[in-house]
Design a protein around this ligand. Structure first.
Ligand code: ATP
Ligand code: MG
Length: 360
């Protein structure tokens, strides 16, 4: 068995196409190796052929850049009927159709001719009904370089672009629902991420490590996680803010500090920006005013892929990628520094004044 991997957008990348294909093929090999599967790949006419065990198909489908995968059998055209009479003998579909794609235009039969020829064979052999509109079973055939590839399944991939094709980002990962989704969305567009977590507690860190494991299902390599002791950083600010009666500003200061530290890591690691899970208005503190102040912590671009998304949309993605269940499996921990009332419409001038006092 082997696995046919189809990819979409890569084709649009003009002269970079070859580079993207090679990166995707490498990513697949690397990822399978990490999960204990040996494989080798071949790039052929807009497809990647992965020679590996059939059970790797779901792992491959989760590689960013992959549009769909089909475990397939490679054979000569003349061998198709023998193969089908064996492979399909235990199937009892209510209906079927044959769907051929002839990528090899020099092949002496057209797709339509192949559909008819193979379809007629199946009718003769098994007596199944043909249904072109809504068949229960689709017998897929692809003709590539004079070889036939036969398959019965097509698993959807996650789309996007291969990880590593877009450079590196520092992703701020809390134990919440949003930030893992934000990191995932950027990874799916080809970014490699370095995760940074500001630690509140052991449990929270454990949860974040599990979240990272889940995100690693989408990357060729393991994700590096930097854990930073949040308290030792915030303590001083919180103390000062309380002293001057400005504790309502704690959350804005907290984010501002996080972004400063993220920037430092980004610089050290040659990352090109920072990703957060902010979503406009989702909590009282995620206002445009506060985001304006927080964004001024750094000259690095801050990517907020969830900014315009609703909670329900975000949760759906979190469920799909498996981070939602991890979130639910831990009790929610309230931030011990969070004041009863938080500034919701922070003013930049005022923030700067307070910052001066706090840092003096
Ligand atoms: P999330 O669901 O990601 O926790 P949230 O809706 O709770 O987000 P905030 O608490 O306002 O939002 O945090 C906004 C963003 O700041 C988060 O999405 C995350 O990127 C970052 N962030 C917040 N807390 C932490 C933390 N402890 N460590 C790392 N990043 C954090
Ligand atoms: Mg949170």
């Amino acid at each position: 068995m082997m696995i046919i991997v189809r990819y979409g957008e890569l084709g649009l990348k003009g002269k970079n196409r070859r580079m993207f294909e090679e990166l995707l093929a490498k990513n697949i090999e690397r990822k399978l190796k990490r999960y204990g599967y040996s494989s080798h790949t071949k790039i052929l006419r807009g497809r990647i052929f992965v020679y590996a065990s059939e059970e790797t198909a779901p792992l491959i489908a989760k590689c960013p850049g992959v549009v769909s995968v089909s475990p397939a059998k490679e054979m000569d055209y003349g061998e198709i009927s023998d193969y089908l009479s064996q492979a399909l003998k235990d199937f009892r579909p209510a209906s079927f159709k044959v769907e051929t794609q002839r990528i090899d235009k020099e092949f002496p039969r057209t797709s339509q001719e192949i559909n008819e020829e193979v379809g007629e064979f199946v009718v003769r052999e098994f007596g199944w009904k043909v249904n072109l509109k809504n068949p229960e079973l689709i017998i897929g055939i692809e003709i590539i370089n004079h070889k036939a590839y036969v398959f019965f399944e097509r698993f959807p991939g996650i789309g996007g672009l291969p990880v590593g094709s877009a450079g590196k980002l520092v992703a701020l990962i809390s134990g919440g629902i949003d930030s893992p989704v934000a990191a995932y969305l950027m990874m799916r567009r080809g970014a490699e991420i370095i995760a940074v977590h500001f630690r509140h507690s052991e449990r929270e860190e454990e949860k974040v490590r599990k979240i990272i494991r889940a995100l690693e299902e989408y990357t060729p390599r393991e994700i590096e996680l930097k854990v930073i002791d949040h308290f030792s950083i915030l303590e001083r600010y919180v103390k000062k803010l309380r002293e001057i009666g400005k504790e309502r500003w704690i959350c804005v200061f907290c984010k501002y500090r996080m972004l400063k530290i993220a920037e430092k890591i980004a610089r050290e690691r040659n990352a090109l920006g920072i990703v957060t899970g902010d979503s406009l208005g989702q909590v009282a503190s995620q206002t445009l005013e506060n985001l304006y102040i927080e964004s001024r912590a750094t000259k690095y671009p801050i990517y907020r892929p969830l900014i315009g998304m609703d909670k329900i949309e975000i949760e759906k993605i979190a469920r799909d990628i498996g981070t939602y269940d991890i979130f639910l499996s831990y009790p929610e921990e309230k931030c011990p520094f969070k004041p009863r009332y938080v500034v919701t419409k922070g003013d930049w001038e005022k923030f700067q004044e307070i910052l001066k006092k706090v840092e003096s």
